[in-house]
Design a protein around this ligand. Structure first.
Ligand code: NAD
Length: 309
């Protein structure tokens, strides 16, 4: 199958590697033509590194995967013959509208056009399109090569089979898609993530725990459990089923929850500066890049462990 990627930055490159890993041919397009060649070079280096580190996806060699990915500085050429398009241009509603309108004339009846948007629903930028029923959001999580979740978010005009086929395709290339029934602010992942951050923020501001201990709670407590079992199954396993859990613990959970600070919570700069000075003693700002590489190596190791289990 031919996959077209529109925008060859960080996320476009990740999608290209994911699809090539599953044996699809990929064409990358970018408005900046030098960016396409840069992206192809970065992809080749990454795939070779992943191969030598034992974390390359799929059955094909790195050089075979590299040969499946080509670049183009022409949108029409990129889209021609593609069954699935993944848009990866910066998060701006005007830019996405312009790019989707430009793609509209090349969209065929069997093509799906997905946006990588982190927080914009397609309804915000596809309204003028003839082919808006073939568009939806497929939101990856960074770094997508090692974190498989993708949120599929249909717009009000998206055909049900477009969501279903996207889910099937993403599962077939090794991602773990979830499907929302409609658009909502933050989709699902960020709604959960912000509720966690909100409570962390309040505990820090109240002086209940240090920043390091708040992060330790997740890394050594909830994190290991949630890498394998979600919060609902946790309830199910921590009693004789979730109904029993609710009978036993709902009142206690309600009592605690009624003491949580209600949203919205503004992440204020003075508090952020205090947290940053604490975090910087372990990870100084000039070491963020190195720490991101460390994070990616550990996520890669976790992904390969989960595959072996
Ligand atoms: P990026 O800035 O790394 O890459 C964007 C690319 O789009 C650039 O190469 C740019 O030249 C190109 N571009 C700009 N205008 C274009 C146009 N008109 N036509 C074609 N290409 C164009 O951005 P990114 O981090 O890869 O993010 C892309 C999308 O993915 C955004 O919607 C973002 O919200 C989403 N996303 C990002 C992350 C993340 O952590 N970076 C995670 C999930 C989703």
């Amino acid at each position: 199958m031919k996959i077209a990627i529109i925008g060859s930055g960080l996320i476009g490159q990740s999608w290209a590697m994911i699809f090539a890993g599953a044996g699809h041919t990929v064409t990358l397009y970018d408005i900046v033509s030098e960016q396409v060649s840069k992206a192809l070079e970065t992809i080749a280096t990454n795939l070779k590194n992943y191969e030598s580190q034992g974390c390359l996806r799929g059955q094909l060699t790195a050089s075979r995967q590299v040969s499946l990915i080509t670049g183009s500085s022409d949108m029409q050429e990129c889209l021609n013959g593609a069954s699935y398009v993944q848009e990866c241009v910066p998060e701006s509603v005007d830019l996405k509208r312009q790019v989707f309108n430009q793609m509209d004339m090349y969209i065929t009846e069997d093509m799906i056009v997905a946006s990588s948007s982190s927080c914009l629903g397609v309804s915000q930028f596809v309204g003028e399109m003839k082919n808006k029923h073939r568009t939806l959001v497929a939101h990856p999580v960074n770094p997508p090569y090692f974190v498989p979740l993708v949120e599929i978010v249909p717009g009000p005009w998206t055909l049900p089979e477009v969501s279903q086929q996207t889910r099937t395709l993403l599962e077939s290339v090794g991602q773990a898609p979830v499907t929302l029934s409609k658009e909502c602010p933050g989709f699902a992942l960020n709604r959960i993530q912000y509720s966690i951050i909100n409570e962390c923020w309040c505990m820090y501001k109240d002086g209940l725990l240090s920043a390091a201990d708040i992060d330790k709670l997740m890394v050594n407590g909830l994190g290991p459990r949630y890498a394998f079992i979600g919060p609902l199954e946790t309830m199910h396993l921590n009693a004789d089923g979730i109904v029993d859990y609710c009978k036993r613990y709902a009142q206690g959970a309600y009592n605690v929850s009624s003491t949580l600070t209600p949203p919205p919570i503004m992440y204020d700069i003075p508090t952020a500066e205090n947290v940053q000075s604490e975090l910087s003693s372990a990870v100084p700002l000039e070491q963020l890049l190195e720490r991101r590489k460390w994070r990616d190596r550990h996520l890669a190791a976790l992904a390969s462990l989960k595959n072996q289990l």
